[in-house]
Write a protein that binds this ligand. Structure first.
Ligand SMILES: [Mg+2]
Length: 131
């Protein structure tokens, strides 16, 4: 593994316009040993990803301005020569069609709020960060 991959490995970017929820999720992941950057908009998320690729993006779907699905598409459309980071969509309301659209756009996983951290660990964290 290259040094830059090691550096990015346990870095999670959390994107949610709900400030309190964002804080809660970020704290929980920090406690579990991840390096977390928490941002409240798609613009901030894209700016961060341009500078440093996270090992995972946890991305809220319902946000003012750019929606999570639009942000997902923009992440996936970034430099085709650079491997893009996995994106886990987070939604307040499960919608099968929306889930399909997210997977079609390249989402790694789709989870509902409130985030079940055990489920997140099994479905996403263990696979992306095996050690
Ligand atoms: Mg929201």
């Amino acid at each position: 593994m290259k040094p830059d991959e090691v550096k990015h490995k346990r870095y999670i970017l959390v994107v949610d316009d709900d400030h309190e929820l964002l804080k809660l999720v970020a704290l929980r992941l920090c406690h579990e040993g991840y390096r977390v950057v928490a941002v409240e908009s798609g613009e901030s998320a894209l700016a961060h990803i341009k500078i440093e690729k996270p090992g995972l993006v946890l991305l809220d779907i319902m946000m003012p301005g750019m929606s999570g699905v639009e942000i997902l598409k923009r992440i996936k459309a970034m430099d085709p020569n650079v491997p893009v980071c996995p994106v886990c969509m987070v939604t307040a309301v499960y919608d099968e069609d929306e889930a399909k659209r997210c997977f079609a756009a390249g989402a790694y996983e789709y989870v509902t709020k409130p985030i079940d951290f055990e489920q997140l660990r099994k479905a996403v964290l263990i696979k992306l960060f095996p050690d």
